[in-house]
Design a protein around this ligand. Structure first.
Ligand code: SF4
Length: 109
């Protein structure tokens, strides 16, 4: 499965966010999940925490996920689960940051 969303899906996601009440336009951050949307929207298998992104994502073998940087007080999570979730999120964001840096260096030339 592709790691990154297509340009079309990326644009659709950001367009949805821009008209959403949870979107902070100045910081480009979603108040519901706390994520920086230009990066999160690029990762194919991530979900909108409010299920507002309508495109199909994930596959039958690879379920879509919702990541959030905001603590969910309703959910009881063990320390191991939290550490695992945060490490997974950090890896996803690191991969995206590396890709964006390579893209930016390519644009500079
Ligand atoms: S991810 Fe979902 S809830 Fe967050 S700003 Fe975008 S559309 Fe709104």
């Amino acid at each position: 499965m592709a790691l990154f969303a297509s340009k079309h899906i990326y644009k659709q996601r950001l367009s949805t966010c821009k008209s959403c009440e949870h979107f902070q336009k100045m910081a480009l951050v979603c108040k519901s999940c706390g994520c920086f949307m230009p990066a999160k929207a690029k990762i194919a298998n991530l979900r909108c925490p409010e299920d507002k992104w309508t495109e199909v994502y994930g596959t039958e073998q690879d379920e879509p996920e919702t990541i959030t940087l905001v603590a969910d007080t309703k959910k009881t999570e063990t320390r191991e689960e939290k550490n695992s979730r945060l490490l997974k999120m950090a890896n996803e964001l690191r991969t995206q940051a590396d890709r964006l840096e390579l893209e930016a260096r390519g644009i500079k030339r």
